[in-house]
Design a protein around this ligand. Structure first.
Ligand SMILES: Nc1ncnc2c1ncn2[C@@H]1O[C@H](COP(=O)(O)OP(=O)(O)OP(=O)(O)O)[C@@H](O)[C@H]1O
Ligand SMILES: [Mg+2]
Length: 333
């Protein structure tokens, strides 16, 4: 469905010097720098797969999506969606894809949401019957009814994101690109959006490429993860392979009443493959939740020491990329 081979994108940056003299110098003698945002990327995404495309800020995710959607042209390499080059067949191609950039809306600010959908219906030439059926389906999975008559500018972030996803799906695209669809949303809306994505993928066999900084999105949605850093591939595999290789992605922090209480805790003998560090009264533990049950860890700790605070979290994508470079993980493909 999606075929990417040796894809490269180099941006030309004009370095502006400060001050008026600097501005004049830049005008007559511009200093040009080249920046490789995407370097030799190759991957295939088969029909119906949801692939998580992850990496730290500035890794090149959005640039790749812009190339795949025909917004940017690659410097070199092959990119084909359904056998077609997105740049060459832009007009036909837009009917086959849906795109959501979580950071910015593609809806008309002053139009009521349902009018926006009517305009899109005309643009995509969707027949009346199909449109009504599709709207009913999208209303059901994304719960748009409460705000469908409101102007887009009055929608909350979560409502706007659901509205944007519905807009990208109105013409029933075969391929959906979601660039951070859950950014800035509360847990309930994230959950709603994840359920909608799963539903659409299962019902329509839609192929989805999703970027996110939230590991929960990845765990709940993606069969496969493709991780990049500085425009290059650093990992391609399943979520369980990622967990195997990147291991201890769960983190629990205890704030002890007394820093000397650490002597009462013998994590290394009690639990397998656990890592912990202490700074004053704070004890940070990293572990793999598939090997150690969090309740066992809490029970053991609380039965031996008194604590004033507990925090539980998953390592985020940036932490995983950092670990990769600290060589905590070996043999990553
Ligand atoms: N039009 C452009 N001109 C010059 N440099 C650009 C341009 N667009 C992106 N870049 C650079 O390319 C790199 C990759 O940017 P990109 O937006 O693809 O990152 P990202 O992986 O989507 O990051 P984030 O997680 O922050 O969204 C960044 O260093 C960015 O500054
Ligand atoms: Mg981005």
């Amino acid at each position: 469905m999606i075929h990417v081979e040796n894809l490269n994108k180099t941006f030309k940056k004009c370095i502006k010097q400060p001050g008026v003299i600097g501005a004049c110098k830049s005008l007559f003698n511009p200093q040009i720098e080249f920046f490789e945002a995407v370097k030799d990327l190759s991957f295939e995404i088969p029909k119906g797969e949801i692939m998580g495309f992850i990496g730290a800020n500035g890794a090149g995710k959005s640039t790749t999506i812009k190339i795949l959607t025909g917004i940017l042209s690659p410097t070199s390499g092959i990119c084909q969606i359904n056998g077609r080059d997105p740049q060459k067949y832009r007009v036909k191609y837009v009917k086959e894809i849906g795109v959501v950039f979580g950071q910015r809306t593609q809806l008309w600010w002053d139009l009521a949401l349902q009018e926006t959908y009517s305009v899109l219906k005309e643009i995509y030439e969707i027949p009346n019957f199909e449109f009504r059926k599709r709207m009913d389906f999208l209303n059901e999975v994304l719960e748009l009814n409460d705000f469908i008559k409101d102007p887009v500018r009055t929608l909350s972030l979560g409502q706007r994101m659901r509205a944007d996803i519905a807009a990208s799906l109105l013409h029933n695209p075969k391929v959906l690109f979601l660039d951070e669809p859950t950014i800035g949303l509360d847990v309930a809306v994230k959950d709603n959006i994840r359920r909608a994505i799963t539903h659409i993928n299962q019902e329509e066999q839609t192929t989805i490429l999703l970027t996110t900084h939230d590991l929960n999105d990845i765990e709940q949605l993606c069969n496969r993860i493709f991780m990049i850093d500085k425009g290059q591939k650093i990992f391609d595999g399943s979520v369980s392979q990622l967990k195997q290789k990147f291991g201890k992605i769960h983190e629990v922090t205890f704030d002890l009443v007394s820093k000397n209480d650490i002597k009462k805790l013998d994590y290394c003998h009690k639990f397998e493959e656990i890592e912990f560090e202490q700074k004053g009264t704070i004890v940070k533990i990293k572990f793999d939740a598939s090997k150690i049950a969090i309740q066992d860890l809490l029970k053991y700790t609380l039965s031996h020491v008194s604590v004033t605070d507990i925090t539980v979290k998953n390592a985020d994508i940036e932490e995983i990329v950092r670990r990769f470079f600290r060589k905590e993980i070996i043999n990553v493909q």
